[in-house]
Design a protein around this ligand. Sequence first.
Ligand SMILES: O=c1ccn([C@@H]2O[C@H](COP(=O)(O)O)[C@@H](O)[C@H]2O)c(=O)[nH]1
Length: 235
Amino acid sequence: MPVTTSPLIIALDYPDLASAMAMADQLDPARCRVKVGKELFTRVGPDILTALHQRGFEIFLDLKFHDIPNTTAQAVLAAAEHGVWMTNVHASGGARMMEAAAKALTARNLKTQLIAVTVLTSMEQQDLADVGLDVTPLEQVERLATLAQQSGMHGVVCSARETPSLKALCGPDFLKVTPGIRPSFAQAGDQRRTMTPGEAMAAGSTHLVIGRPVTQADEPMMALSAIERELGGLA
Ligand SMILES: O=c1ccn([C@@H]2O[C@H](COP(=O)(O)O)[C@@H](O)[C@H]2O)c(=O)[nH]1
């Protein structure tokens, strides 16, 4: 049974265990999940997962693996063995890479949700052109989400702007985990393909990843409550 049915995943993007836990200790595992990303995990290591699990949180370990199939599969297995609820790879690593990662989990009967990043929410059309992709972000997201689903992923990371198309293309049960969430009171910063929490849920996101609008707010818990109020009835 899941600890929470909330769609909210709070990104604990902090440089050390103490700061991350100071935030986590204000959060309630019945009201949100938490995300541990590259900065925190690289600085602290698995101790952060132990500390968060001890407090009852379900964890999205967001390390976005992207390597040859064998290396990615073993890294995903290592992540799942920490008992995390969700982890991820980059879909642009290709079908064989994703299939190897999915197979590594099923062979061990591990239930960690494995999802694939399509196009980073910080990227817009020009960023794709710069790396030789002459397609719109939506076209690239649709292409990679289809490949991810065919390769055994449970869902994708995308922008909420793309979730209506992906719901039609991949079905309602395919997870659509959307960062780039910006409540009306927050700055976009480096994010480009953004939506408000209410818009994202209405568009069909299954999970909303929210970092700085909460963690960098003057009053983080007030910011989180405002988001929850906005989602009231939608989530
Ligand atoms: O496409 C992606 C994939 C991952 N992220 C991560 O989500 C959070 C967003 O944090 P904010 O502070 O709300 O911008 C962050 O940890 C990213 O690494 C993403 O933004 N976009």
